[in-house]
Ligand binder design. Structure first.
Ligand SMILES: Cc1ncc(COP(=O)(O)O)c(C=O)c1O
Length: 437
């Protein structure tokens, strides 16, 4: 991969294509905590790829399961047909669900598809139970729910919506991020529980009988690591229950041990009605997403002739054999290697190491939970995002560290196998480079 022409034809997602092609950042191999550049240079993975490689890279058990499955059954049609592993994968996923109330899984190929699937299920559910006016979907400002038309509509990122037509029956509550009150909080911030009551404003505006569902990331990652204030999610749950509104947790990045528990729902002790997940579901090895739903939601769709299709929705590759094999092996690895517990044990070391950067100019906030951290830097004059981009490229090109940047916030989420020395290495590099930008 050397000539400019070879790089030209791929239109890269969420990328500055011309900037990348002028100064490429390529990975060629990966193992454990590291990627390797094409010249063999080792790059420390500070982001589990893109919040997904929770088991670390190239885990032998997962690799073998995928290889074996590819040789055994490459594909089986997913509509009106199945293959045993797909059903086993659903059961396996439910075995780590927050409670027995979750009884069904709908498989997709990505987090975006999982979100759009969950929104459709929510709307269909309300119709099936006769609540025909419950057609409004509510999201939150500064939320990211992928890039489907449903996901960008309930999401709260203006640039992701610009140029595109959106779903009309959508509204948003306010975001929770408050630097003035909560900067440099360790773990969940103290202030902001009452912001959950913004959902009451939306309920008053439209009427509870018009609202189908509220979707939220329990901890927002892609929009800059926004940690829910203490009591906030509990209050959201209360309001949704009181007003008969479905609560969907988008756990695409928080699922599978990121907070030291199977799901964020477990960590916060708040149970939603549906959970979307992806990424860590297969440790990033094979594209796959899923929606876990409670019994009563599935049951509501079973009111017709058993020979009639119950949900007019699905993907050619739902429960693809290789993804199903990857899911089963990955969940085994999480359990056998104790990775959720490992993440939990490492989280206080992680917190202290990251917060040791406090006082480093131009850092204006450090926030963390589980094995996630956000380091927010003051934007350079008139150029929001420029400082973040410079730190990101400097870290990769000159210090062999992979970071993730949202605007001027560095988002960190290493594989769950991270040891203290990896954490030290990440923090040492950041201490060195942040003041230079
Ligand atoms: C909370 C959340 N939902 C949905 C998505 C979209 O997932 P995908 O990129 O697999 O479509 C993401 C991706 O980062 C996410 O963080």
């Amino acid at each position: 991969m050397s000539s400019q022409a070879n790089l030209e034809h791929l239109w890269m997602p969420f990328s500055a294509n011309r900037g990348f092609k002028a100064e490429p950042r390529l990975m060629n191999e990966a193992k454990g905590m590291y990627f390797f550049k094409p010249d063999g240079t080792q790059v420390l993975d500070g982001t589990a790829g893109l919040w997904c490689c929770n088991a670390g890279h190239g885990h032998e058990k997962i690799v073998t399961a995928i290889q074996d499955q590819a040789a055994k059954l490459d594909f089986a049609p997913s509509f009106q047909m199945g293959h045993p592993l797909g059903f086993e994968a659903a059961e396996k996923l439910l075995s780590i669900a927050p409670s027995d109330a979750f009884q069904y899984v709908f498989f997709t190929n990505s987090g975006s598809e999982a979100v759009d699937t969950a929104l459709k299920i929510a709307l269909g559910y309300q119709q099936h139970r006769g609540k025909i006016d419950k057609t409004i979907l509510v999201g939150r400002d500064r939320a990211y729910h992928g890039v489907g038309f449903g996901g960008i509509s309930v999401g709260g990122l203006p640039l992701n919506k610009k140029h595109f037509s959106l779903l009309s029956n959508v509204d948003h509550i306010c975001a929770t991020h408050d630097l003035g009150k909560n900067a440099f909080s360790k773990g969940q911030p103290d202030f902001g529980e009452e912001l959950a009551d913004d959902l009451l404003r939306i309920i008053e505006k439209h009427g509870a009988d018009k609202i189908a569902a509220f979707i939220t990331e329990p901890l927002a990652g892609s929009t800059g690591v926004l940690i829910p204030p203490k009591g906030y999610l509990e209050r959201i749950r209360e309001i949704c229950t009181e007003h008969d509104i479905l609560l969907i947790f988008d756990e695409v990045i928080t699922g599978f041990g990121r907070l030291g528990t199977p799901f964020a729902a477990d960590y916060f002790g708040v149970e939603p009605d549906m959970i979307t997940c992806a990424k860590g579901l297969t440790s990033g090895t094979v594209p796959m997403g899923a929606v876990m739903v409670k019994q009563e939601i599935y049951s509501a769709f079973q009111d017709r002739d058993p020979k009639a299709i119950d949900l007019f929705h699905g993907y050619t590759y739902s429960a693809h054999p290789m993804a199903a094999a990857a899911l089963i092996a990955t969940l085994d690895v999480y359990r056998e290697d104790g990775l959720f517990e490992h993440a939990n044990e490492r989280s206080s070391y992680w917190e202290n190491a990251l917060h040791s950067l406090k006082g480093t100019d131009p850092i204006i906030d450090i926030r963390n939970l589980g094995l996630v951290a956000g380091i927010e830097m003051e934007p350079s004059d008139g150029k929001p995002g420029a400082r973040g981009y410079d730190v990101f490229t400097d870290a990769f090109h000159n210090h062999d560290l992979l970071l993730r940047i949202t605007g001027d916030t560095i988002a960190l989420s290493p594989p769950l196998i991270a040891e203290k020395e990896h954490i030290d290495q990440i923090v040492d590099i950041l201490r060195k480079i942040i003041p230079n930008h």
